[in-house]
Design a protein around this ligand. Structure first.
Ligand SMILES: Cc1cc2nc3c(=O)[nH]c(=O)nc-3n(C[C@H](O)[C@H](O)[C@H](O)COP(=O)(O)OP(=O)(O)OC[C@H]3O[C@@H](n4cnc5c(N)ncnc54)[C@H](O)[C@@H]3O)c2cc1C
Length: 411
């Protein structure tokens, strides 16, 4: 089937690209392996609530394009700072400990910016034997999905300096907002993975179980772990792009949602960290928007454990942490509801990208077009807003502009 433009992947980047192409008069085909839109943006409904299994916060919300898009489509945005940096009643440690841990994180962040380690290994900015190093590793798990030994200090600093630290939320779900923006003119193939990509004289060939697409140009928005993996057969010419993807692996992050049933000690819009001294600890957002829900966020080692051990074991571990903080009676009022499994979802295979030490430049390498025919988008291709849904969206706009310039002006 001949077509002008194909977008591979219907996450925030693919949807952004479709929006830009469609407003320029093109009708792209959007091909997606999963049976739904949104990729790592996914809102599900459970216990009568909208729950985001993937992205949930409009990071840098005061300059985040999804904030404007929400406003334009009448979707409510809650413009309040979330409770995630407060420890409800200082449970689990003295107030001074929580304060000191926060200060240790701030000092580490300052060193990353002002006197970064020559090795570019973010762990080398830790205080040797620092009392709160486990806490800093847990934070690295949430922010980057991996331990500080595997994080490029320069890459981390690029994100940190671009961030406005304004984090807003969408009660109807960030995933719902993103998926609802697919333009009506886009032809959508869901549940149909591209299996092989070929480069022919004038056209590309994209092989799927639904037939072969032969577009003039394609925008590839796959996660870096999918790009680097072997679920798709690639032409050898793309080896440098796949090598760049290997240098920008996805870390791990997962969410577990409990339903609160009956009376409980849980107060709305509060937060606890499970264990200040455990790098694999869960972070628990309690009754978001007053809902009868606890959202447990796991990053790095905690997320890897959940992916390996399975849903039941992950919920049991999280419940033990909550019992330690709130008392044994909470066992009777918490019911495991739903959990993400991004690590074991073959078409995603992780959470969000981080550069390995010394590899921050790989983002620019990955973002280059190949032969003005294959264009690359996706969160990992953004130089500073990587690992976010708005970075993904902006990368989709950028790649679509590159395609438009090529097709319209032969640039
Ligand atoms: C637990 C978690 C929490 C997060 N929290 C936040 C947050 O609060 N705020 C924030 O901004 N970001 C957050 N993120 C990150 C954010 O979700 C991602 O950065 C963003 O959604 C990535 O979009 P993308 O389009 O680049 O990639 P994806 O969403 O991965 O899109 C790529 C698509 O390609 C598809 N695909 C793969 N293989 C094929 C194939 N062979 N053929 C066709 N299609 C294929 C995939 O199924 C996928 O849908 C979070 C992520 C996770 C996992």
């Amino acid at each position: 089937m001949e077509t002008e433009i194909v977008i591979i992947g219907a996450g925030a980047a693919g949807i952004g690209a479709a929006m830009r192409l469609s407003s320029a008069g093109f009708t792209p085909v959007l091909v997606e392996a999963l049976p739904r839109l949104g990729g790592r943006a996914w809102t599900v409904e459970a216990a009568g609530c909208h729950l985001d299994l993937g992205c949930g916060y409009l990071h840098s919300a005061d300059r985040n394009p999804w904030t404007d898009l929400a406003q334009r489509s009448g979707v409510q945005v809650v413009r309040e700072h979330p409770a995630w940096d407060e420890q409800y009643k200082n449970l689990g440690a003295e107030a001074a400990e929580w304060e000191a841990a926060g200060a240790a994180f701030d000092r580490w962040g300052e060193r990353i910016i002002k006197c970064p380690p020559a090795s570019d290994i973010a762990a080398e900015a830790l205080e040797p034997d620092g009392r709160y190093n486990a806490f800093l590793q847990a934070m690295s798990g949430y922010i980057s999905g991996d331990e500080l030994e595997r994080i490029s200090a320069r890459d981390y600093a690029a994100y940190d300096q671009a961030s406005t630290y304004c984090n807003w939320r969408v009660p109807a779900g960030y995933g719902t907002l993103i998926a609802s923006n697919v333009p009506l003119t886009t032809e959508i193939w869901l549940g149909i993975p591209v299996e092989k990509i070929g480069i022919e004289e004038k056209r590309l060939s994209l092989h799927t179980a639904n037939g072969t697409l032969r577009p003039r140009a394609a925008i590839v928005t796959l996660s870096t772990n999918v790009l680097a993996g072997d679920s798709i057969i690639w032409p050898a010419a793309l080896d440098p792009w796949r090598e760049a993807a290997r240098r920008l692996p996805l870390g791990n992050a997962e969410k577990l949602f409990f339903e609160i049933t009956g009376s409980s000690p849980f107060e709305p819009e509060t937060h606890v960290l499970g264990d200040l001294f455990n790098p694999a600890t869960g972070s628990y957002y309690i009754r978001p928007f007053g809902r009868p829900i606890i959202e447990c966020f796991l990053g790095g080692a905690g997320a890897r454990h959940a992916a390996r051990a399975g849903r039941d074991a992950a919920f049991a571990r999280a419940l033990d942490q909550l019992v330690n903080l709130f008392g044994a009676e909470v066992r009777t009022c918490l019911r495991p509801l739903i959990a993400s499994d991004w690590t074991n979802t073959p078409s995603i295979n992780g959470a969000y990208s981080h550069a390995l030490p010394g590899q921050a430049d790989a983002r620019a390498v990955l973002a280059r077009p190949y032969d003005n025919r294959l264009f690359f988008a996706g969160e990992a291709t953004h130089g500073s807003d990587f690992s976010t849904a708005h970075g993904a969206y902006l990368s989709g706009l950028r790649a679509a502009d590159e395609v438009i310039a090529t097709l319209e002006h032969g640039v």
